[in-house]
Design a protein around this ligand. Structure first.
Ligand SMILES: [Cu+2]
Length: 668
């Protein structure tokens, strides 16, 4: 969790000096956070954050002992935002989650009237952890006598090189600990470590901390285990440098960018959308529209990540709770890292600065946390060489990428939205970083302890195991295909026996079936195709205009439904769900997954079985993949990408990409 800690400390330091610290990396490519909202979907501006804190203080709700867990834009009603046109006035509202001791509450603020419009205490739920709590929790064990004694048993009496990583505790199943602000805190020894802190876990010792009370409630010690002998590094200078440097290969736009960014409003090719950074969800794309020969057509009202569930597969007391909800417990936007020009994104990319609120309601600038860039995919967009007349036509594929990279402890995630010139949107999740590691007795499979040690993971170095786990990332996709009146259709690929005079005995046909009510899609995703279609518009051939969701590789959870960590992650049981649109339904595992032992969010909402036939509907797609670690993951993982695609399906009358000029057209 070292990256997380550094990031949190950086945010804490930034918040002291707030916006004065802003120093552009390359001013000409940077788009500062808007000082004034010019679009209803703009994130809260620095002034609005300050005004919100003032309203809360005036109402007596943000005293010295109160912490703001989050302060975000409260979106205006969807119908209002859809009808809004540039230059028209719009209302501004904010939503805050506040914590005082164990008391959690939600506040709704009217920023135009400068009033607190609603105050709602929240019972029996724990909010996400705050930056201050994480920082505090790193030091709490070091003050505890039991923890010090456990360290002394291991010969550790100086703690300057001991780094402790606070971890969320998963569902609260121990009545003795119920209602407390808990973190489980294991530690590592960073003596001699360079940039990799994951090589020397002080295994088997873990403090369970009540961060509100500032004390250790319980110390778990499963026995002394000598630390792994090696100090890993992923610095280039520490590699064997056996590979010669290669000549550069770059993405450049020699005549300038085709991307236009104004505030959060983006235009590229025929696409337009709004992008903002939400502290919890990360990048949020809204009002995704396609300019079809002068007519702006709706495709999706909003698209964002919703929740990320990462359960580990080790039953030890110091591991079994590890079932992180990276978005609801930590926050993807809060942990979004500054993207480096020429490294994370091409040097000529456009970088967006964004502003969030700290625990006291001060605005904090996050620099360059979203980038936008074009790239040639290297593949054709379309092509045909006609053997019978020698004609040849091809169009090169250029894409627009919208990227952010949250670092959640040991993991560096990339979330990309990729737009092409034929109406496709690829949503991609990249997983990078470092394996979460466990100290063990074995160095190789030849050791007598190896069978037991490797039951739940893979040895990646001497006495170091990388533990098996899953990643499930739910995306919320509020489709509006040519308006809000849509339906979800399953085109079942159905094999048929046929009896003809010829040699054929079988073929397949499409059996289309609209989904009447919300819920999980239980048909195996490879046995059908799934479309969201308009009930109000048809294409030239008479088909309802539609967009297809093309699943990628996906795993669903195979944990037992009564496993407490699965109970709160019910959305992972199926890869694809639908729900009726309802304001406020953003989070697949509910608004407060931290410590929650119950099912909340998507699986709970859809028990209402609301109609989605001809209504405003939302798709939920979870990218799921199991991670059996391998030697090559250590000490820094080469990334792996998974995703899904939205593509037009009878949305247009024919290929929308015929008018893309040929590669050599500019020269003619
Ligand atoms: Cu992994």
């Amino acid at each position: 969790m070292s990256g997380l800690l550094l990031r949190l400390v950086a945010i804490a330091l930034l918040s002291c000096t707030a916006l004065a610290t802003r120093t552009p990396v390359r001013a000409e490519e940077r788009v500062p956070a808007p000082l004034r909202a010019t679009h209803p979907m703009d994130a809260l501006t620095p002034d609005e954050i300050t005004a919100s804190a003032k309203i809360l203080r005036a109402a007596g709700k943000l005293g010295e002992t109160v912490r703001l867990v989050s302060l975000t834009l409260e979106e205006n009603p969807k119908a209002e935002v859809r009808a809004w046109t540039r230059g028209k006035p719009f209302g501004r509202r904010a939503f805050a989650v506040l914590l005082e001791g164990d008391h959690l509450a939600e506040a709704r603020l009217d920023l135009d009237a400068r009033t607190l419009s609603a105050w709602t205490p929240v019972e029996n739920r724990q909010a996400a952890l705050t930056v201050a709590e994480f920082i505090a929790a790193t030091e709490i064990p070091k003050r505890d006598e039991r923890w010090r004694a456990a360290m002394a048993k291991r010969g550790i009496t100086e703690f300057d090189n001991i780094v402790c990583f606070p971890l969320t505790v998963g569902p609260s199943v121990d009545p003795a600990l119920a209602g407390r602000r808990l973190l489980n805190v294991p530690c590592v020894d960073k003596s001699g470590a360079g940039n990799n802190l994951w090589g020397k876990p002080i295994e088997n010792v873990m403090a369970t901390v009540d961060v509100a009370a500032g004390k250790v409630l319980r110390l778990t010690d499963l026995g002394v285990l000598p630390p792994p002998p090696e100090t890993p590094s992923h610095a280039w200078t520490d590699s064997d440098r056996a590979r010669a440097a290669s000549r550069p290969v770059e993405i450049v736009a020699p005549q300038g960018s085709n991307i236009s960014v104004e505030g959060g409003q983006v235009h590229w090719d025929n696409w337009s959308f709004h992008v903002r950074l939400d502290p919890r969800l990360g990048s949020v794309l809204s009002l995704i529209r396609y300019d079809d020969r002068g007519t702006l057509r709706d495709i999706a009202y909003q698209m964002s990540a919703s929740e990320m569930f990462v359960p580990y597969m080790d039953p030890a007391a110091t591991w079994s709770f590890r079932s992180y909800m990276d978005i609801g417990e930590y926050g993807f936007g809060l942990l979004a890292t500054q993207l480096r020009p020429g490294q994370d994104c091409p040097a000529g990319a456009t970088f967006l600065d964004l502003t969030i609120a700290d625990a006291r309601g001060e605005p904090v600038a996050l620099k360059g946390v979203v980038c936008l860039f074009e790239r040639p995919s290297g593949d054709p967009l379309w092509r045909h060489e006609e053997a019978f007349n020698g004609s040849f036509e091809m169009r090169a594929n250029t894409e627009l990428v919208v990227r952010m990279a949250p670092v959640v402890g040991n993991y560096d995630y990339f979330v990309d939205y990729v737009f092409d010139r034929a109406g496709d949107i690829d949503v991609r999740l990249g997983a990078y970083g470092i394996d979460e590691t466990k100290g063990v007795a074995s160095s190789t499979l030849a050791d007598p302890t190896a069978a037991a040690d490797t039951a739940y993971g893979t040895l990646v170095a001497r006495r170091l195991l990388a533990v098996n786990h899953d990643h499930y990332m739910a995306f919320r996709i509020d489709m509006d295909v040519d308006g809000t009146d849509n339906r979800l259709v399953e085109d079942r690929i159905t094999p048929r026996r046929i009896s003809t005079d010829g040699p054929r005995r079988s073929l397949w046909q499409i059996e289309s079936r609209p989904m009447a009510v919300e819920g999980p899609v239980t048909t195996p995703l490879n046995a059908a195709q799934f479309r969201v279609e308009s009930v109000t518009r048809r294409n030239a051939q008479g088909y309802p205009t539609g967009y297809q969701l093309v699943p990628g590789h996906t795993d669903t959870s195979i944990l037992a439904p009564d496993d407490p960590i699965q109970v709160r992650a019910g959305f992972t049981a199926y890869a694809l769900w639908s729900s009726a649109y309802a304001p406020g339904e953003f989070f697949a595992a509910g608004p407060y997954p931290n410590e929650n032992p119950e099912t909340d969010g998507l699986p709970k909402w859809v028990t209402a079985k609301r109609s989605i036939d001809g209504r405003d509907l939302v798709l939920w797609y979870t990218i799921g993949f199991r991670h059996v670690p391998r030697a090559e993951d250590w000490p820094a993982m080469p990334g792996i990408w998974h995703g899904f695609r939205l593509r037009p399906f009878n949305f247009f009358d024919r290929s929308p990409a015929l008018d893309v000029p040929p590669v050599d057209a500019a020269a003619k």
